[in-house]
Each structure stands twice: as C-alpha cells, then as structure tokens.
Design a binder for this molecule. Structure first.
Ligand code: COA
Length: 220
C-alpha cells in the first residue's frame, strides 16, 4: 500500500463525478436477489455495475490500459480484469474478477462471492490480486456519497461508488416521486487519458446502469 499509493500520488489524476438514477437497478436486483439466494449466491449491485464497466470499456479501451512507470509505453489490455477494493480484517485488498468481458452477470456474482469469502478469511491468494486492469471501490457499502479514489498503478482508471440513497425527485410531469440515487467518482491518469474520454466512458456506463435491460443487447 505504501509503495502503490506513493506512486499513485505522483500521477496527475483527472477526477469526474456524476449522479446515477438507480431506480431500475434497485427493482431488478430485488427480483433477482431472492432467486440467487436460493442457490446460496449473494447478489448485490456490484455484479451489474462491474458488467456495465466492461461493456463500456469495449468502446473506451484506453481506460483498460496500463502504463509503465516512466509513462513511455501504454499497453492496451484485451482482458477486463476488474479489481474490487475490499475492506478485510487484513486491511484494504483489491482482488480482481478476471475476464469480465466473457462472464455473465451471474458468473460475476459467483466470483465476487468467492473473492469476498476468501477476503473475509484473510486467504486471498496472490493470483486473485494480480493483473488487475481497472478498479472499483464500493465505499458506499460502508457509507458516503462522494470519494476521491486513487489510481492503482499501472492501471489508469478507477471508480468509486457512494451509497444508494432514497431521495425526492421530480418526474416528467413535475410531480414529486421517490428516487434511488448513487454517485460515482472516477479518477483517471491524466497523462494518457483526456477528461472528455472519461466523461464519454462514464456516460456510456451510466446509461447501462440506469437502463439495465439495455445491457442484454450488448452482452455476448
Ligand atoms: N449503497 C447501498 N447499499 C449497498 C451499497 C451501496 N453502495 N453497497 C452494498 N450495499 C448493500 C448490498 O446491496 C447488500 O445489501 P443486502 O444485505 O440487502 O443484500 C449489503 O449492502 C452488503 O453488501 P456487500 O456484502 O458489501 O456486497 P457488495 O458486493 O455491495 O460489496 C465489497 C462488496 C467487497 C466491495 C464491500 O463489502 C466492501 O468491502 N466495500 C468497501 C470498499 C472499500 O473499503 N473501499 C475503500 C478503498 S480505499
């Protein structure tokens, strides 16, 4: 952590934050959660948020790249190995779900369950923490709205999710309704990624999350 975060602190990072309408995902999750729990699989928002990242990375592959320490070589990575920051008894550990681009949302949930159990037992093997290409931090599982996530070099982008909150919202008729909202905070290596690219990536990701049914059109 000392080495990685010190190195991260030397990288100029572009921050970008947005608000995400979670109404449809909250509804979808409540439908699927009971079904998956019958098979012993815990289903949080994360598997869908992770899959949406992968679908968005297909169109913005530079965010899934890695750079060498002196930033002279950028390597585009074919696999979407999405790291998930975990608060474990041994402290912060970031195992990654490998090849998310090939996995269904269900398979991501199963893998996340496996990583979470190993993390809670302090038994994550190095293979699960090696070779991440993108990172996410669901700090909202503990609390909070916004965050300033720090890059995990050599990867060039990271996102943090705040807590899903119930808030009053106006519908298209101007009437007040109950809404579920979550904030996302991205950080990207500004030496190799333009702010506009982060904004376009975030918009695409947000569109999937706000309309989870649209994800099936782009899943392989
Ligand atoms: N907003 C509201 N509810 C949330 C939430 C959020 N952002 N994130 C999780 N929850 C809910 C889940 O939906 C679940 O609800 P349920 O009990 O009704 O099923 C419950 O909180 C527990 O979820 P959790 O077991 O934490 O699963 P997860 O897949 O959402 O998150 C981890 C898994 C590993 C990311 C999370 O447990 C964790 O460790 N977060 C901390 C990350 C951290 O420390 N980041 C800082 C890095 S510096």
């Amino acid at each position: 952590m000392v080495r990685t975060m010190t190195e991260s602190g030397r990288i100029p990072q572009f921050g970008y934050k947005d608000e995400v309408d979670m109404n449809k995902l909250v509804e979808l999750r409540s439908l699927l959660k009971t079904r998956l729990s019958e098979g012993g699989v815990a289903f949080s928002y994360m598997p869908v948020l992770i899959k949406a990242v992968s679908l968005a990375l297909v169109h913005h592959p530079v965010l899934n790249s890695t750079v060498d320490p002196d930033c002279t070589t950028i390597t585009y990575r074919a696999d979407h190995n999405v790291g998930v920051a975990m608060d474990t008894p041994l402290g912060l550990i970031v195992p990654n779900v490998k090849r998310v681009q090939e996995k269904s949302v269900y398979e991501i949930a199963v893998e996340l369950n496996r990583l979470q159990s190993l993390g809670a037992a302090g038994q994550l093997p190095p293979v699960d923490t090696a070779d991440g290409t993108f990172s996410l931090s669901n700090i909202g599982a503990i609390g909070g709205t916004y965050a300033n996530p720090m890059l995990l070099p050599p990867s060039v982008a990271i996102g943090a999710f705040g807590r899903v909150k119930v808030v009053p919202r106006f519908d298209s008729e101007g009437d007040l309704e109950r809404g579920h909202v979550m904030h996302v905070s991205w950080a990207a290596d500004h030496r190799v990624i333009d702010g506009a690219e982060v904004a376009r990536f975030s918009n695409r990701w947000k569109n999937y999350v706000e309309n989870p049914a649209s994800m099936i059109l782009d899943m392989k």
